[in-house]
Design a protein around this ligand. Structure first.
Ligand code: SF4
Ligand code: SF4
Length: 635
């Protein structure tokens, strides 16, 4: 294997085992797809109706319009915003599931669930302006759930989503209201995209893109509520030390991977794994049950419980290739269908759990909030049975893991800062941004993508920015990349941070009792948790009385891949952030759409996209964007 597919040492170690076992990996399939279709790459093919598929000739020699007359600009814009709607649907379905669970908890119908963080629930109630006097915890939970669900189903869509107005700076809300892009109802915003992109409807590319912005802002709403209500139910994360990479899969344990996005099931799998630990030991696994995480379900349980992270999106198949994974339990999103074929080469039980996410060849254990405990118990028992079938001759354990610190929720960051200044927690952060010890903040988000070397750009950009004293936050598979590379540690701060950043992280870390610096990159959670970073930025913006687009804050998605990443990137730009993409988006077939998203949108929201596939250049551009913002603030 000459070509480098991944910067992850465990992946490099495991790929030859995959080959030997006859396992086709994502990289094999990616190679077989080459060359990928140029029309699709440019976004100029349309399959919206059965007069098509239609394709526009990018060289201007063939057709310039589809059968219905749609041109490249309309086709590209429609394709893009349908992607945004897909991402919004995925996030908000997750959020709705959490809100409905909170409602069931309030009605005492969801056995196995409770409100673990009463203070968080009460602060959400305050944020939403819900009265609490004379209401017990369950009544408050019911009121929060009802008010949240109203954001999905509100009849009068001229009324803003509550989670939008109550979580963003006033200036931002007013700016977006003037553009007519504030969502009043999440479901309606998704449906509107599908309706306006139907054949023969909206054919104005700029109007289509504004529709995409509105839907992306509905995505922000769905994510914000999913994160905060998950915190209320499962606990708000606090800093926790754990480990990451495939070496967390142990030989002498029943290994269960939880994979996907939604913490509703994985939390109970962790509970039941503890309850049934003795059964695993009796079955011969002297280390009992070892739950590990994959992708964003992995990030959820890593943040709240310190469960080790086995790997991120692109290398999920390799967790099975270790030959020691007894069960891969999946919920929704980013689960490769190929897992069914990979597990056939080993003893691993692949268990689907959601009615909307089945994979043929997998064992399906239906999950519902009423029967969650029972389902989780059944799943753990299936894993123990699978362990008994494990073939030692097929075990290829990795010895590669790194220490990783996770659990940096907004509240945890504020708590660490409070240790420096209990009366004004944001002041130390703000002062250090103003005096230049911290030049700015970059949020790394997004996925893995085989179009680039796995994890490489994340880590390369981060090292550059660290040296230039940029504070870094991360979520999703980006956070997974950093955790696996050992960059979420105090040691990484010592090794890579510039002098002033190191001094600030050390002062905060020591004041917070960590006896050393904060980690170089702060793990803020799964991809749905990007709104935690917005909460920090909003608090800073409110404190100094400016809008988000004035802050020296930027976002970077070096390996963006999923429709959810399209939605997140679009709301980041809509909230005013310069947003880096390390993969070329499928929009270049329209000069107009490309110009609007990289230049024109700046006049509307203050944010913009820029594309840079070379990590050093990307770091320089992120830094340039931060310095421009600093100059604007006169600091
Ligand atoms: S909507 Fe228009 S461009 Fe798209 S497939 Fe139908 S005819 Fe072709
Ligand atoms: S960050 Fe992207 S690839 Fe990773 S789990 Fe989330 S959506 Fe999937």
């Amino acid at each position: 294997m000459n070509k480098e597919f991944s910067a992850d040492q465990a992946v490099k170690q495991m790929l030859p085992f995959a080959k030997k076992a006859g396992v086709e990996t994502v990289w094999d399939r990616f190679e077989k797809q080459q060359p990928q279709c140029g029309f699709g790459t440019l976004g100029i093919c349309c399959r919206i109706c059965w007069q098509g598929p239609c394709r526009i000739d990018p060289f201007g020699e063939g057709p310039s319009k589809g059968v219905c007359g749609a041109d490249a600009d309309t086709i590209v814009a429609r394709n893009l915003i349908r992607g945004i709607a897909g991402g919004t649907a995925a996030h908000s379905d997750h959020g709705k599931h959490i809100a409905l669970t909170l409602l069931e908890i309030s009605e005492k119908k969801a056995e196995g669930y409770q409100i673990k963080d009463e203070a968080k629930l009460r602060s959400v109630a305050d944020k939403l302006g819900l009265p609490q006097e004379g209401r017990d915890l369950y009544e408050v939970a019911g009121a929060v759930a009802e008010a949240t669900l109203e954001d999905f189903f509100r009849k009068d869509e001229s009324i803003h989503c509550s989670w939008f107005d109550k979580t963003l700076p006033k200036e931002r809300v007013e700016k977006l209201e003037k553009l007519g892009v504030v969502p009043g109802n999440i479901n309606g915003s998704i449906a509107e995209i599908m309706a306006r992109t139907h054949i023969g409807t909206d054919a104005d590319p700029v109007n289509l893109l504004l529709g995409g912005i509105k839907c992306a802002l509905a995505d922000y709403v769905g994510m914000a509520l999913a994160t905060d209500l998950s915190d209320a139910i499962f606990g708000t994360p606090t800093p926790v030390k754990t480990r990451a990479n495939l070496g967390v899969i142990k030989e002498a344990a029943v290994n269960i991977a939880v994979h996907g996005h939604n913490p509703l099931l994985s939390e109970l799998v962790c509970d039941l794994a503890a309850e049934l630990n003795e059964e695993a030991i009796k079955a011969g696994a002297k280390d009992g049950i070892n739950v590990v995480g994959v992708c964003c379900t992995g990030n959820e349980v890593m943040m709240r419980r310190g469960i080790p992270l086995a790997t991120n999106f692109l290398s999920q198949e390799l967790a099975v290739v270790t030959g020691a994974l007894d069960a891969m339990v999946v919920d929704v999103q980013c689960i490769m269908p190929s897992l069914a074929a990979v597990k056939d080469c080993f003893h691993t039980e692949l268990i689907t759990t959601m009615p909307t996410c089945k994979i043929s060849g997998a064992t399906h254990v239906e999950f519902s909030t009423e029967t969650a405990k029972e389902s989780a118990g059944k799943i753990v028992k299936l894993a123990i049975e699978a362990y008994k079938r494990r073939n030692p001759a097929k075990v290829n354990l990795s010895d590669i893991t790194q220490t990783a610190y996770a659990g940096f929720s907004t509240e945890a960051i504020v708590a660490a800062l409070s240790a420096v200044d209990p009366n004004d927690p944001l002041k130390p952060l703000l002062d250090n941004i103003v005096n230049g010890n911290i030049r700015g903040v970059v949020l790394f988000a997004g996925c893995n993508n085989p179009n680039v070397v796995q994890d490489h750009a994340f880590t390369a950009i981060a090292r550059e920015l660290a040296a230039k004293n940029v504070l870094m936050l991360a979520t999703g598979c980006g956070a997974g990349a950093f955790a696996k590379a050992g960059l979420m540690t105090p040691e990484a701060t010592e090794a890579y941070a510039g002098d002033t950043l190191k001094a600030v992280l050390t002062a905060i870390g020591e004041a917070a009792g960590l006896s050393g610096p904060l980690p170089l990159i702060l793990h803020m959670g799964s991809c749905v948790d990007n709104t935690r970073a917005v909460a920090v930025a909003t608090a800073l913006a409110n404190k100094i009385g400016v809008d988000l687009d004035k802050l020296p804050v930027a976002a970077s998605a070096p390996e963006c891949m999923s429709e959810k990443a399209m939605a997140i990137g679009t709301w980041a730009v809509s909230l005013g952030l310069p947003t880096h993409l390390g993969v070329v988006p499928q929009i270049l077939g329209s000069e107009l759409v490309t110009k609007v998203l990289t230049e024109g949108v700046k006049d509307l929201t203050g944010g913009y996209f820029f594309v840079e596939t070379e990590p050093k250049a990307a770091a320089a551009k992120l830094l340039g964007a931060i310095e421009t913002r600093r100059a604007g603030l006169g600091i």
